[in-house]
Design a binder for this molecule. Structure first.
Ligand SMILES: CC(C)(COP(=O)(O)OP(=O)(O)OC[C@H]1O[C@@H](n2cnc3c(N)ncnc32)[C@H](O)[C@@H]1OP(=O)(O)O)[C@@H](O)C(=O)NCCC(=O)NCCSC(=O)/C=C/CCCCCCCCCCCCC(=O)O
Ligand SMILES: Cc1cc2nc3c(=O)[nH]c(=O)nc-3n(C[C@H](O)[C@H](O)[C@H](O)COP(=O)(O)OP(=O)(O)OC[C@H]3O[C@@H](n4cnc5c(N)ncnc54)[C@H](O)[C@@H]3O)c2cc1C
Length: 647
């Protein structure tokens, strides 16, 4: 019934202050109030309706996205939201709060602006950022090509310096050098940061970033030498098809020398290449920035799915009725809890590790300003590893939440299919997850190899300093509740990660060619990298569910024995019982509006069945009782079969 809270009985079970937890989840009271204000404004603004997307064709869907993005920008200005977030918070993520679907603004604010901020000189920032901030130009991040994405050093686009005209000539020498995938490129962006091989006097200096105008600011037509378009439909119906991922080729396009991003390296008027004594990897800085944002994003995406699945699991009843009484809520089944509650814990764990990663990123950014590069390897390993870990867990978690909702989870009106289709490319973009884990493995193996040189490991690898102790470690857990002690859990995870890493390093040492060994042992190295990244994220409930899931590692590395493993599982069940009365309150703390969730199963009021039934009739297929095509194709067949039967 309208207006009745069918989940009130669940909310009354909460054993904590939900309003306080809302502040914890948002990060601060100010952030809570601002996000609460925006989400309610968006929910009440008809321009931001989301329930029609499934029925729109690609062109209508895209046009609607442009309309939303423009309206969102106008609202950000009208509400004077600019600058209200922390200084580090570019406009992107305010707009994301309004538009809530992939759009060109993600790349303008999320990559084009950060690339200029991170790799542009002060003069270049003074020239280009005001244009970008006022959206007088719209930018994208054009790095990936048809032939290369993971291997950035394999990019083929060239930027050849012409000393006669003081210009770079940007060119696509091969089909595989076509820029391919950049979001916002296909139909909207006027400019791009283009990554190309810097060529001076025949010498190749590797990949650098260049600001290139793509389209006229008058008629939006591609400039001479530019061929540009959309790469076509992607996975899912609406999903990421609201984004114009594009293809771009250059036919000897000239740009002024001062449009090479020159904070890291410079080219003088005479054509001399100057590489200031900074790591060349700073050219990758934008990717590091977005990877840390993606970890925060993972907690948002996973919490949306968990919110839907938790509320629906409390509403859904199946079996268990005695003497005509109510059937059992599926959230009371231990199997449902063992699948759902670790995801609920993961959403919180990723939220908090995302805050820590933002601190790490901010710290390394400040250090770079002081030419202190000491924590750059740690920042790279942590952003790469946590981006990989959290996006894989979130993509798998959204799919698990769909399954936790049974058949109704497969309906678009559940919100889960769309959420999955929009989210899954996160395992690929900003770095394929396996490629990134191999980067972490390189960092770990290097750390182990340097232990003998007296190089004290710091940061997230500091536990490696206690290697001897960890290699002798065996858990002294005697009873289930011992697993509730944080240090007991932490030591088990440290020992597992250390032993898996040392085992890889020892096996690598058997190869005369280290690179050959690395390739041969890549699968083991990835597992060691995952163990290290999980150690970073570990928190009680999240940790024990991980320990149970990866019990084989813990037993095979000798950290714990089967009995201790079963005690951990027993403690896990006890924790599920403690979470159970608080489950609905824990997802209420995300403070998502029904509009933002876009899910009938996840409605705040739990009024699922009447709304599911009501929604079904809105489908265009129900516009007519007899569907188009029936009389044309099926009825003649039926009649013929009936005639045959009478003969
Ligand atoms: C790293 C590679 C794989 C290899 O690079 P290479 O140059 O070949 O180097 P190596 O030989 O491997 O290593 C040499 C040394 O360099 C070190 N290194 C490598 N990378 C880095 C780095 N980034 N920083 C520092 N150091 C680095 C390495 O460790 C070695 O050191 P050593 O010699 O051993 O000491 C590289 O090729 C690579 O990175 N490949 C991946 C390519 C990639 O990631 N492409 C991405 C393209 S852009 C893209 O995909 C965009 C997608 C759109 C995403 C849209 C997102 C929207 C926003 C989402 C979030 C919004 C949420 C908002 C939430 C909120 O409200 O806040
Ligand atoms: C939705 C979406 C949006 C995107 N937006 C942008 C954008 O805005 N700008 C941009 O520049 N790019 C963008 N990209 C491109 C994206 O960055 C690349 O697709 C990504 O970096 C993966 O590279 P790839 O496609 O070359 O994969 P590949 O590297 O070809 O991966 C294919 C397989 O090879 C494996 N593999 C590759 N190398 C190794 C190795 N050394 N060892 C072991 N296995 C390996 C991978 O694990 C994977 O299984 C986007 C992509 C998507 C899907």
């Amino acid at each position: 019934m309208e207006g009745v809270d069918h989940l009130a009985f669940e909310r009354n079970k909460a054993q904590f202050d939900v309003d306080e937890m809302k502040i914890v989840w948002a990060g601060s009271r100010e952030d809570f109030e601002l996000s609460d204000r925006i989400s309610r404004l968006v929910a009440s603004d008809p321009v931001f309706r989301k329930d029609d997307r499934a029925a729109l064709g690609r062109k209508e869907l895209f046009k609607n996205t442009l309309r939303k993005a423009a309206h969102a920008w106008k609202r950000v200005i009208e509400l004077r939201l600019s600058g209200e977030f922390s200084a580090l918070e570019p406009e992107a993520y305010k707009l994301r709060a309004f538009v809530d679907q992939p759009a060109f603004t993600d790349l303008h604010w999320g990559m084009f602006v950060p690339a200029i901020q991170g790799q542009g000189t002060d003069e270049q920032q003074q020239k280009w950022l005001p244009l970008a901030y006022r959206m007088q130009i719209i930018g994208c991040y054009a790095q990936t090509e048809l032939g290369h994405g993971s291997n950035v050093q394999g990019l083929e686009t060239t930027a050849t310096f012409d000393p006669k005209t003081d210009e770079f000539v940007i060119h696509s020498p091969t089909l595989t050098s076509s820029k391919w995938w950049p979001g916002g490129l296909g139909k909207v962006s006027t400019h791009a940061v283009v990554y190309a091989r810097l060529i001076i006097d025949g010498q190749d200096y590797g990949v650098h970033g260049f600001i290139v105008q793509l389209r006229s600011l008058d008629d939006h037509l591609p400039l001479p030498g530019i061929t540009i378009g959309d790469i076509g439909m992607k996975f899912g119906n609406a999903a990421y098809n609201t984004m114009d991922n594009g293809v771009l080729t250059f036919d000897h396009v000239r740009i002024p020398r001062n449009q090479m991003l020159m904070r890291v390296s410079q080219v003088t008027r005479e054509g001399k290449y100057v590489h200031s004594n900074v790591p060349r990897q700073l050219v990758y800085g934008t990717m590091v920035y977005v990877r840390q944002k993606i970890v925060a994003d993972a907690s948002v995406a996973l919490s949306r799915a968990v919110c839907i699945a938790t509320r629906y699991s409390a509403v859904r009843r199946q079996f268990g009725s005695h003497n005509g009484g109510l059937e059992t809520q599926v959230i009371d089944y231990k199997t449902q809890q063992s699948r759902l509650f670790p995801l609920l814990a993961s959403a919180y764990a990723f939220r908090f590790v995302g805050e820590w990663l933002l601190w790490l990123y901010t710290d390394v950014t400040e250090r770079l300003k002081a030419k202190d590069f000491s924590t750059l390897p740690e920042a790279h390993a942590c952003t790469a590893g946590l981006k990989s870990l959290t996006t894989t867990a979130t993509a798998d978690g959204i799919e698990e939440c769909r399954k936790l909702c049974g058949g109704h989870g497969y309906l678009c009106s559940s919100g889960l299919p769309e959420l999955f289709a929009v989210y899954v490319p996160a395992c690929t973009y900003e770095g394929d997850n396996i490629v990134l884990l191999l980067q972490v493995a390189r960092h770990l193996v290097k750390t182990v190899s340097q232990l003998s040189t007296g190089n004290k490991p710091v940061g997230t690898t500091a536990y490696m300093a206690r290697l001897e102790q960890l290699l002798q470690y065996h858990s002294d857990v005697k009873k289930a509740e011992d697993w509730l002690k944080p240090n007991v859990v932490l030591e088990a995870f440290e020992a597992r990660a250390a032993r898996m890493c040392v085992a890889c390093a020892q096996n690598l040492s058997k190869f005369s060619n280290p690179e050959e060994g690395f390739q041969e042992l890549a699968a083991d190295l990835v597992e060691a990298a995952v163990a290290h990244c999980q150690l970073i994220v570990v928190s009680n409930v999240y940790a024990l569910s991980l320990l149970h899931k990866h019990l084989g590692d813990f037993i095979s590395t000798g950290c714990i024995d089967p009995k201790q493993g079963s005690l951990a599982n027993e403690q896990l069940r006890n924790l599920y019982s403690q979470v159970r009365p608080n489950a609905v309150a824990l997802v209420d703390a995300y403070n998502y509006t029904d509009h933002y969730l876009g899910s009938i199963l996840g409605r705040y009021d739990g009024n699922v069945y009447p709304k599911l039934y009501e929604e079904a009739w809105k489908d265009p297929l129900n516009d007519s009782i007899v569907p188009d095509g029936f009389k044309e194709y099926i009825q003649p067949l039926l009649k013929q079969q009936l005639r045959n039967a009478r003969l």
